[in-house]
Design a protein around this ligand. Structure first.
Ligand code: LAC
Length: 227
């Protein structure tokens, strides 16, 4: 099919890793971290997600700002940097993330279609508002949905239901875009038409849910919509 998302009634984006580059949180601190910058950033991100899944399974929710801070503390400790004064600056970097370069133009093309655009993210409303404003993406979305309204993290089905409820569009009529393969599969298993933005050219995930398509970045999204 040339336009596998043709006919969808709204387009929902994951935020962190999909629209916003989480590794840009280290901008301005990379020099001080030296060779540890890349490993710290990757461990920070992987622990952040791991803690979100574990808290969901344990039934002990804490918001994504707290989880992000706890993941950073682990990542810094594992590199012998537990007491670094960089800690608070790295956290502040999460409110000043950069959008991936293709995002502004892609959003402009989608807005021209008139389709409602939305975000569905683990982030708290405050984290999302700050990061979207800094990245120049505020005001582009009909709805910015935080999992805080469900009190549990992705990929719990209650999270994807938030988008259905907020937009008033059935799951099968929602396009869902995530650079996190497990998140795309979570949305697909829920019934959305999910696209994996496979920025890292990773192998296919062995998870439930059939993806509608994969893209190397978001530049190809308008074509998938037939826009
Ligand atoms: C989010 C996570 C997946 O933005 O990074 O929901």
């Amino acid at each position: 099919v040339s336009a596998p998302l043709a006919g969808v009634r709204a387009v929902v984006f994951d935020a962190f890793g999909t629209l916003l580059d989480v590794h840009s949180a280290l901008a301005g601190c990379g020099g001080e971290l030296g060779a540890a910058a890349g490993p710290v950033s990757r461990l920070w991100r992987s622990k952040q997600l791991e803690y979100s899944w574990l808290r969901a399974l344990m039934g002990h929710h804490a918001d994504f700002w707290q989880v992000t801070g706890e993941a950073l503390d682990y990542a810094l400790a594992s590199h012998g940097l537990a007491a670094t004064p960089l800690r608070d600056r790295l956290m502040a970097g999460y409110r000043r993330l950069a959008a991936f370069p293709e995002v502004p133009d892609m959003l402009g093309r989608l807005r021209a279609t008139g389709l409602p655009l939305a975000i569905l993210s683990n982030g708290t409303p405050a984290m999302l508002a700050a990061a979207l404003t800094h990245a120049g993406l505020d005001g582009q979305f009909a709805a910015v949905c935080s999992i805080e309204a469900a009190g549990v993290y992705k990929p719990h089905p209650a999270v994807y239901q938030l988008a259905v409820d907020r937009l008033g569009v059935a799951a099968a009529d929602l396009a869902f875009l995530s650079a996190n393969g497990w998140d795309a599969h979570g949305a697909a298993a829920f019934g959305c038409r999910a696209v994996w933005v496979n920025r890292a050219d990773a192998p296919a995930e062995r998870l439930p849910g059939a993806l509608a398509a994969s893209l190397p970045d978001l530049a190809g999204l308008p074509a998938l919509l037939g826009a």
